[in-house]
Write a protein that binds this ligand. Structure first.
Ligand SMILES: CC(C)CCC[C@@H](C)[C@H]1CC[C@H]2[C@@H]3CC=C4C[C@@H](O)CC[C@]4(C)[C@H]3CC[C@]12C
Length: 335
């Protein structure tokens, strides 16, 4: 290879980047405790990530406005696919590349909501860090007026292969939908595998791989296959989803496209006649609303990490590391 390591890495941090990559390659399981060079640190804690589930609140609410089991499974798939751009590419847009999030402390909290509008009622978010090593984040998202609750936990197991970090997501989400009949339909949502590429250059980004599922208690099943560059015609962030009816492996409906742009329905026999996009995430999304820091309690993420985040944002890494040790010491030796 003729390219020099770390094209995107500041000159002064090139050697620490090389050391960090070697460490990543030798540590397997949990990367959260590795010390990374400053340029790759994100000022945002992992406890904020569950908010990605609801940044298109109208698609979440729309799940409740369906009349048949099939329609409901389609609405859940549409909402799920529409969250992927936020979940997996938003740090590249916001921070320039994928970065190393702040590793939450045990008991760290993140509260937020999406306010009611004329077209949908309010949705609430509660997140708690329930394990520090390995990091495990639990979340609860609810739209009470629509009878929707999403409960889940998120952990990762990492390994290194061919220059990339492979992240297996441990954990899943369960979506409960209260039906007009009084019964509850349950959707079990599994999560895709991630590959973090671009490490060598110092500008990491995520590609999704393998398969994830959304299994409804009615029997409808979505099987979602992810591919990146070099498959299905060479584009990044491709998916194909097959929705099959209870008791059958046959596709009733199929969908495909780019999860960070648009996708369309390609159902057997009628795909090309469907002109409307299935998902389109090119328009703006709605970030979660969070109380001002002064009103937060000491365990709430943005208050807890306030000065560390300031240090990272302003490139004052002495401040960041001093404040980080204070948090760690405070947690280990509570008063
Ligand atoms: C960027 C390099 C240098 C350091 C590696 C940092 C690791 C720990 C980061 C990078 C990307 C991150 C993932 C990005 C997106 C999600 C989706 C969210 O719903 C759960 C957390 C999860 C799965 C993150 C877990 C932590 C993660 C894997």
């Amino acid at each position: 290879m003729s390219e020099e390591i770390g094209e995107a890495v500041p000159q002064s941090q090139k050697s620490s980047w090389a050391t960090f990559i070697k460490q990543i390659a030798s540590v397997s399981g949990d990367l959260s405790s590795l010390t990374a060079p400053p340029f790759i640190l994100s000022p945002i804690s992992l406890t904020e990530f569950p908010a990605y589930w609801c940044e298109r609140p109208e698609l979440f609410a729309a799940i409740a406005d369906t009349n048949t089991d099939e329609e409901r499974s389609v609405a859940v798939l549409k909402w799920f696919i529409s969250t992927l751009k936020g979940q997996y590419t938003s740090r590249n847009e916001k921070l320039g590349s994928e970065k190393k999030p702040l590793n939450p402390v045990l008991g760290e909290l993140f509260y937020g909501y999406w306010p009611a509008t004329a077209t949908r009622p309010r949705t609430n978010l509660v997140v708690e860090q329930v394990s520090h090593h390995p990091p495990i984040t639990a979340y609860y998202i609810t739209n009470p007026d629509k009878g929707l609750t999403l409960t889940g936990h998120s952990a990762q197991k990492t390994s290194f292969s061919a220059g990339s970090i492979i992240v297996k997501q441990i954990g899943h989400a369960v979506l409960n939908v209260k039906l007009p009949s009084g019964q509850t339909e349950e959707f079990l949502i599994t999560l895709p595998k991630l590959r973090i590429d671009g490490l060598w250059y110092g500008s990491p980004y995520i590609e999704l791989t393998d398969t994830s599922y959304i299994q409804s208690s009615t029997g409808w099943l979505s099987t979602i296959e992810y591919k990146g560059k070099g498959y299905f015609g060479g584009k990044s962030h491709q998916f194909k989803a097959v929705l099959s009816p209870p008791g059958s492996n046959n596709a009733a409906r199929t969908f495909e496209g780019l999860w960070h742009i648009t996708s369309k329905e390609t159902s057997p026999g009628r795909g090309s006649s469907i002109l409307d996009p299935f998902t389109d995430v090119q328009g703006p999304k709605e970030e979660v609303t969070v109380a001002p820091i002064e009103e937060q309690n000491d365990w709430e993420s943005r208050k807890l990490w306030k000065l560390v985040a300031k240090g990272i944002r302003e490139s004052d890494f002495d401040l960041a590391s001093r404040e980080k040790s204070k948090i760690e010491v405070g947690i280990l030796h509570p008063q």
